[in-house]
Design a protein around this ligand. Structure first.
Ligand SMILES: [Zn+2]
Length: 138
């Protein structure tokens, strides 16, 4: 596969390598955790309905339980660095500075937050209408 440079500098091959590492780790952990009594209990307490056509093996269910846990962890890690809902609520209640359109923010403005890229910086506050324009430019 051709390695491509992306906008954040992480190449496509580096990204695929990371994904494979995570997938291998999750598969390995699923095989480990499926042996736990509590996990077995969860799987038997929550079986697929008889009518469900897309039944998957228990090991795959555990893999997807871990995917869900990973997703929650990713959200928490992002919130730690990009301000989270508390910072956004505080900004909405008492906005300051200028929007990308050049106008000042005022109390009561509909404000949305633009993540140029999630690299740990706070998102950029924008008027709701201005955010729509920024997103359409992409
Ligand atoms: Zn604006």
């Amino acid at each position: 596969m051709t390695d491509k440079i992306t906008t954040d500098g992480i190449t496509t091959n580096q990204y695929y390598e990371l994904c494979k590492t995570i997938k291998d780790l999750l598969n390995s952990k699923a095989e480990e955790y499926i042996k736990n009594h509590e996990v077995k209990q969860f799987l038997s307490d929550d079986p697929f309905p008889e009518t469900e056509k897309n039944k998957i093996p228990d090991i795959e269910r555990v893999y997807y339980l871990l995917i869900n846990r990973l997703k929650n962890w990713v959200c928490k890690e992002q919130i730690k660095k990009d301000g989270g809902s508390f910072w956004k609520k505080k900004f909405r209640n008492k906005p300051y500075g200028k929007c990308s359109c050049g106008d000042d923010f005022h109390i009561g403005d509909e404000i949305e937050f633009h993540h140029k890229i999630r690299d740990g910086r706070h998102p950029i506050p924008t008027h709701k209408k201005c955010h729509a324009q920024i997103k359409n430019k992409k």
